[in-house]
Design a protein around this ligand. Sequence first.
Ligand code: 9MR
Ligand code: ZN
Length: 548
Amino acid sequence: MNRKYFEMTPPVSRTTPFGIFVDQSGYYRDSGKKAIIPFECGSFEIVDMDGNVRFSGAPVSAGFDGQSGDNVWLADFTGLSEPGRYYVRAGGKTSAVFRIGNDIYDDVFDKTSKAFYFLRCGCGLDEHHAGVWHHGKCHSAPARLWDNRSVTLDVTGGWHDAGDYGRYVTAGACAAAHLLYAFRIFPEAFEKQILNIPESGCPDILSEIRYELEWMLKMQDSEGGVYHKATTAQHAPFVMPEEDTAEMFVFPVSSMATADLAAVCALASGVYAAYDKAFAEKLRNAAERSAKWLDNHPGFIGFSNPEGCNTGGYGESDDHSNRFWAYSELYALTGDLKYHDRLVSALNEDFPLTALGYGEVGGLGSLAYVLSKQGKDVHLDYKLKSMFRRRGEELKKAADSSVYGIAMEDDDYCWGSNMNLMKKAMIFAINDVLSEDRSYRGYAVRHLNYLLGANALGISYVTGVGEFRCNYPHLRPAFADRIEECIPGMVAGGPNRFLSDPFARQVIPEGTPPMKCYADDTASYSLNEITIYWNSPAVFVLAYMCRK
Ligand code: 9MR
Ligand code: ZN
């Protein structure tokens, strides 16, 4: 048993018992430290666990914040850098306990990384690796082609997408790509990470990603086309995965899934080459087969749910960014100029060049190009780097004008707002790597501060992390296992001002400010689900923090 995966903490209530909001994981010794105080008071104190006041000051008024609907005062205690455990006290109220130190994000980094293991499909999770959240083997029967029921296929494996038990190629490719890039750019963060998963022989995160990739390879047909998803016809009830025994179907090939598979397999091939040549070769062949399929199918082949199916659609209205990503990764892997030609042609279409998935994936293609060791068109390389830079500067500006220090627009508080938050932090991290500008890091930290409690509800949106945290996500096993403490390390979707489900509309009053449109309740899939591609950008940002 290592570190703290199985640490059981007392059940939490659904509204914060605290009046002052902090990052409940803590603050780096050298980083800015601001507590959120949503009421006026004359002074604040930072108190240690022995009750001694270690720092004090006067909160500064930040004025009215439209996204939270609060008048906010900020308690700046950047001056305190001594490692320890503390809380804030002001106006008769307190904050949750937090730490100051240089390893404050190690635990949340490990937990959010381990979360993927807990979502594994087609195997059992044993007690040694899953602790109290162990369960039986799920979804292991052969699946049937939706369009030709006489064909059965083995598509077992991979991660459950989210609160549901579906497995979707474009979503999986996006999550795996975030993790692969995290490993590629910040390998030191993962080299020492112990996830306590069954495999060994390479960094744990790579074993975990491989579990998903092996499944994706099964989703490729004999011509290189890739089936869009493997799910039951209808979402399962709230039962354990092994109790979801409805028939599994494989849905038609889409050009988005095919391009995304080509992209992620090419990316992965380069990463696994150092650990397992045969696997790297297999990934490369799969990527090239899918690229050939794309050549033979130049038109868009989208996806929408057929009659009788209600699982996730992951429809897109074109595949331009997907094709660009695929060719860019294949060029980076092989140096073959035909892929360069194709990626350049793909750029004739208009799509965002810094978007990091799951639908728009142009930024992943840009990342492949700018990080590539192959010969490059210097103008294109410059252009793509400038796009990241421009986006980074834009986001800095937005964050500078926000009381909470985050670059969230009102409409970013939509289904999966915490993904938007973490993808903005990814842009800061990428700019830190691509430039000499060291100021990006502080911006990324403030986005983590929000995720982990320095927000208008004072809640940590990561299960198992922080004194007051999300604990009742829309996640089938977390409900069906009857264990009070949620499976740790899951990033909740977070506030969604569009209230996209009946429960949300019932419990969140009309006119509620965007940052408060949230309820920690299993019933709300549009506020409180989890998914692999909401966890993956958080892991990327945390790897950026935890590299030493
Ligand atoms: O994450 C998706 C979100 O952006 C969409 O608004 C929403 C509605 O289409 O669907 C979300 O994706 C869900 C997927 O369709 C099925 N698995 C759970 C996903 C998260 O809620
Ligand atoms: Zn399963």
